[in-house]
Write a protein that binds this ligand. Structure first.
Ligand code: ATP
Ligand code: MG
Length: 243
């Protein structure tokens, strides 16, 4: 039994098939990357898994349980945490309060949520900005707050949608270290969408590639970078642009 089992998932937006019969599995403790050109269907696939969208066809199982059609708060309770490509943090709240919102999924006690938020904020090195309002911060930091909030829900599976986007080289390296620590020390399985190849290929044990809603490849990063179909659909174009 796979930890996450995605079977024949289809998501059709009125004729635009954003996810076309997608199947793959993720085992516990893996770090798996999801790559592909803009509009390939990566975020849509995340949204189908976490229940932001209901797939038109197919099944999603998490730890053996059929979670197809679950709502986001339900998949969150099952142990799936996610961050958003476009930030959905609550702008009226401070960083600390945003992270508390995540912690409230697991506890009703304010003092407990407060303590957990402080611990996570410290773990992510965000203590110096904990009292800032979200809209006062750069987007890249906002994404990190999104990560803190997702962590506060105590996920077993953490799904990250371009969490390193906008980070500089050093910050990207720090993010890689952070994800490895979450994986090794906190035993969190990670599934990440990323356009920064040096990051996704470094951190992932396995990579899945989407193009126009179809899964075109899956394998270890060293095979993916050599795969002619992947180079044609995505990597060649990006490398040519020098990204
Ligand atoms: N709610 C929606 N309604 C209609 N079409 C949508 C919706 N969400 C996504 N799409 C379309 O589905 C396709 C896949 O979009 P998606 O956001 O999943 O791509 P992506 O791989 O995450 O791209 P990017 O790398 O730019 O984030 C695109 O053509 C997009 O315009
Ligand atoms: Mg996307």
């Amino acid at each position: 039994m796979a930890f996450l089992d995605v079977e024949n998932v289809v998501k059709d937006f009125g004729g635009l098939v954003a996810n076309n019969d997608i199947s793959f599995q993720i085992e516990k403790n893996e770090i798996v990357g999801l790559i592909g050109p803009n509009g390939a269907g990566k975020t849509t696939l995340f949204n189908c898994i976490v229940g932001y969208y209901k797939p038109d066809k197919g099944k999603i199982r998490f730890k053996g349980k059929d979670i197809t059609g679950f709502k986001p708060f339900q998949t969150s309770r099952e142990g799936i945490g996610r961050t958003f490509q476009i930030m959905k943090v609550t702008t009226g709240l401070t960083v600390h309060e945003n992270v508390m919102v995540g912690a409230f999924l697991r506890t009703e006690k304010r003092a407990e949520a407060d303590k957990e938020a402080s611990e996570i904020i410290e773990f992510l090195g965000l203590s110096h900005i904990k009292d800032y309002h979200i809209n006062e911060l750069p987007i890249a930091i906002q994404r990190k707050v999104g990560l803190a909030r997702a962590l506060a829900t105590k996920p077993e599976l953490l799904m990250l949608d371009e969490v390193a986007s906008g980070l500089n080289h050093k910050e990207t390296e720090e993010m890689v270290e952070l994800l490895k620590r979450l994986n090794v020390e906190k035993h969190i399985t990670i599934f990440l969408i990323e356009h920064i190849m040096e990051m996704v290929m470094t951190v992932s044990g396995r990579v899945i590639v989407l193009d126009s809603g179809i899964k075109i490849a899956e394998g270890p990063p060293e095979d993916i970078v050599k795969n002619p179909e992947v180079i044609k659909a995505y990597l060649g174009e990006r490398y040519a642009k020098g990204k």
